[in-house]
Design a protein around this ligand. Structure first.
Ligand code: S3P
Length: 442
């Protein structure tokens, strides 16, 4: 993704979306499945792995540090781990492309191994703050030299044995939590993360699944204390990765907005730390039915039947933000078509994602005729009440997959086509996005 020729695409008013699609694997869980398998002693197997650029960057990094990772027939990934403490010195800098999750979690792993790793990334990733992981990992003894502003390229010189840490998260970030926990894996004693606001808990679930000694204690005020005993021995696993709710989000909203739509989205992960969007859209009047709720690989999953609905604007409780942090761009599109005003607040974190998602969404939505006002920590949107947007503009995706897909969906409910200047970033998380859309339009 660092160097590519842009792929502009136009999206225009859609026929009703109908049929059944299956969503590719969860990006967060896929990263963690590769990392923990690569640290187990023996052979793990992963099915349903997301084969997007971000996850492939993690696979390449784990290979560069000694793991054997192969994709077998029928899409099963087979990983032979090196054992906790066994990561090898990579020969070259590790290129992380667009992936903040890969970078921050791997910085954690490297921090407590006796290796030195340089991380590089594309223009988007090189603009994102890494200080949030540099701080705790430095306290654990890693020596980290970063580019100005605590950015990539940066070099992590790990310390083994590292120093165990009790770290209170200064912002709601599963990446920071996971970086510290992963560093704790090869650190003697107990590493603790104190999490005042719960964030996605895939790391905790999967660490336990691999046999790590990890406990979670919740205070009366909801603060979580996650304690991991280090120098863990991880036991190889067979993992089934559920579908990514953050990818399903685009088709959930598309089906709600495009008149006449009736779509079945199979295999959607509904971990409560991720499922905020479904609740918010239901509160807006969205017709979303959960079918066959079940457990896949230790994660709650269901099929979703979504039908075109008349949405009403709401004030979104900022407390739900961590459980739908990646879904705000597409929620803003839903709000632009809803009846009345939608107010979102508490979204400072959106400014440091793959792009500044508040500024970029506000600019793009205004360009296609939505009524939107940007505040410091949110957007205020006055919807059309279901009428199509004007469209007829080219929107900049800013190397941000979720921005590109959000405006693609906006194009489906616009009078004149919406052009995205470059859809290539979508391959980081959802390589078959356009194929699934075409399937539903047939
Ligand atoms: C992720 C955590 C979130 C999310 C990102 C994936 C993870 O980031 O936005 O897409 O897999 O841990 P933050 O931890 O920065 O909130």
């Amino acid at each position: 993704m660092t160097d590519h020729s842009p792929s502009p695409r136009a999206f225009s008013a859609s026929v009703p979306l109908r049929g059944k699609i299956a969503i590719p694997g969860d990006k967060s869980i896929s990263h963690r499945a590769l990392m923990l398998s690569a640290l187990a002693v023996g052979t793990s197997r992963v099915t349903g792995l997301l084969e997007g650029h971000d996850v492939l960057a993690t696979a390449a990094a784990m290979r560069a540090m000694g793991a054997t990772i192969a994709r077998g027939d029928k899409g099963e990934w087979v990983i032979d781990g090196v054992g906790v403490g066994g990561l090898l010195q990579p020969r070259e800098a590790i290129e992380m492309g667009n992936s903040g999750t890969s970078t921050r979690l791997l910085m954690g792993l490297v921090a407590s191994h006796p290796i030195t790793v340089t991380f590089t990334g594309d223009a988007s990733l090189s603009g994102r703050p890494m200080g949030r992981v540099i701080d705790p990992l430095s306290q654990m003894g890693a020596d980290i030299s970063a580019s100005p502003g605590g950015r990539l390229p940066l070099m992590v010189r790990g310390l083994a044995p590292a120093i165990p840490l009790a770290y209170r998260l200064p912002m709601a970030s599963a990446q920071v939590k996971s970086a510290v926990l992963l560093a704790g894996l090869n650190t003697p004693g107990i590493t603790e993360v104190i999490e005042p606001v719960p964030t996605r808990d895939h790391s905790e679930r999967m660490l336990r699944g691999f046999g790590a000694d990890l406990t979670v204690e919740t205070d009366t005020d909801g603060t979580r204390h996650i304690r991991l005993r280090g120098e863990a021995e991880l036991v190889p696993q067979t993992i089934v990765v559920p579908g990514d709710p953050s990818s399903a989000a685009f088709f959930i909203v598309a089906a709600l907005l495009v008149p006449g739509s009736d779509v079945l989205i199979a295999n959607v992960g509904l971990n409560p730390t991720r499922a905020g969007l479904v609740d918010v859209l239901k509160a807006m009047g969205g017709d979303i039915e959960l079918i066959d709720a079940r457990d896949v690989g230790g994660e709650p999953v269901a099929d979703l039947r979504v039908r075109h609905s008349h949405l009403k604007g709401i004030a979104v409780d900022p407390a739900v933000a961590p459980s739908m942090i990646d879904e705000y761009p597409i929620l803003f599109v839903a709000a632009a078509l809803a009846e009345g005003r939608t107010v979102t607040t508490g979204l400072d974190e959106l400014r440091v994602k793959e792009s500044d998602r508040l500024a970029v969404m506000a600019t793009g939505l205004a360009a296609i005729g939505a009524r939107v006002e940007e505040s410091e920590d949110g957007l205020i949107i006055d919807g059309t009440g279901g009428d199509a947007l004007a469209g007829g503009a080219t929107v900049a995706g800013h190397l941000d997959h979720r921005i590109c897909m959000s405006f693609a969906i906006a194009g489906l409910v616009s009078k004149a086509a919406v052009t995205i200047d470059d859809m290539a970033p979508v391959a980081t998380s959802f390589p078959n996005f356009e194929t699934l859309l075409a399937d539903l339009q047939r």
